[in-house]
Design a binder for this molecule. Structure first.
Ligand SMILES: [Zn+2]
Length: 343
């Protein structure tokens, strides 16, 4: 069983997860790896090759664990955390939690698409609706305080299964990076009485919109002023729409449209697009950060999606300093993406 260990030296957490050793990516023999992937467990018709589903968006007449789904959520076979583990915090110098949490795989589409750039708009909408459902379902469990929703597409980005999928990891602890980010947003809000992301988009617009990639009524896509990665894009709302769990269907549709637009532009500009995509998820319960901050969440933060194309490998300097060296100015990246009109 895994453990969430507290790293006292660097004041953060690490998941020690022996089960992850058996993932397909760790088979060093490429031939063996190819053979084991000949039958794709994520394709429609192969439902028996995954653990029983947790949730699926289905056509009304289809049954669980059979064909007829649009998106499907299953427990990760090589899970880092499991909901069946004891919910137990072990205090000592070597402090840890037993490996409690959730590690789910969202199979994004029944088709064997290897890239999100191949999806239809309807597929993106279904994907967002499924993430909304998982967000709201996992939030019901008060033992879970932090949720991560992300996609790794391509080997450079850490993807191990070629069939498009998304990961959902729910933890009983608040990661240091997330805690610091939301405290930072809250402190800005207290000082200026406005949301930092809303102000950022406003400033981007006023600064000749040179880092803006595209926009619609609710969302703006831009290359952040201090992008860590070449062609990094953030899609955010300037208005308070709540978090993903609160999104109305009309906003899901607008988000799907701009997300697909940005992905197509990136694909056209980069050719091979390997990336990490992260959806912002706020702390789920007041007790983890203090009630004052929690109640100001909607006012102080905005939902956003961050797309980080993986073009260069990062090494010791970035790990040690958390200062990224990005060889491409975001102004140039945004200009190239604006010109990559794929229509
Ligand atoms: Zn497949």
């Amino acid at each position: 069983m895994s453990e969430i260990r507290y790293d006292r030296l660097f004041d953060r957490h690490v998941i020690i997860a022996p089960e992850r050793l058996h993932r397909p990516t760790n088979q060093s023999n490429r031939v063996e790896r190819r053979a084991s992937q000949r039958v794709c467990p994520f394709c429609e018709g192969n439902e028996q090759l995954t653990p029983p589903e947790i949730y699926a968006l289905r056509e009304s007449e289809s049954f669980a664990n059979e064909a007829g789904w649009k998106t499907r959520v299953v427990p990760n076979l090589f899970k880092a955390l499991q909901i069946e583990a004891p919910y137990r915090h072990n205090y000592s110098f070597f402090e840890h939690w037993d490996g409690f949490g959730a590690h789910e795989i969202l199979i994004d589409t029944p088709q064997h698409y290897t890239s999100m750039t191949q999806w239809s708009e309807e597929a993106v909408i279904n994907w967002l609706k499924t993430l909304r459902q998982r967000f709201n379902d996992l939030k019901q469990d008060t033992r879970i305080v932090s949720l991560s929703l992300f996609k790794n597409e391509g080997v450079e980005a850490g993807g191990t299964q070629p069939h498009s999928h998304t990961q959902v990891i729910a933890m009983p602890i608040m990661p240091k990076a997330k805690r610091q980010q939301y405290e930072h947003l809250f402190n800005y809000y207290k000082e200026y009485n406005s949301s930092l992301l809303a102000t950022m988009i406003q400033n981007e617009l006023e600064d000749e919109a040179k880092r803006i990639v595209s926009a619609n009524e609710k969302f703006t896509a831009f290359c952040p002023y201090a992008s860590s990665y070449p062609f990094e894009v953030i899609i955010s709302s300037q208005q308070a729409l709540g978090e993903l769990g609160d999104f109305k269907d009309e906003n899901i549709k607008l988000l799907a449209t701009i997300l697909l637009d940005v992905l197509h532009r990136l694909k056209k500009q980069l050719g091979t697009l390997e990336f990490n995509l992260m959806l912002s998820t706020p702390p789920l319960h007041a007790n983890t950060l203090g009630a004052e901050l929690f109640h100001a969440l909607h006012a102080s933060s905005r939902f956003y999606i961050r797309i980080a194309p993986r073009i260069y490998k990062y090494g010791g300097f970035e790990h040690e300093s958390e200062v990224y060296i990005n060889p491409l100015a975001p102004e140039m990246a945004a200009k190239l993406l604006r010109e990559s009109d794929y229509v």
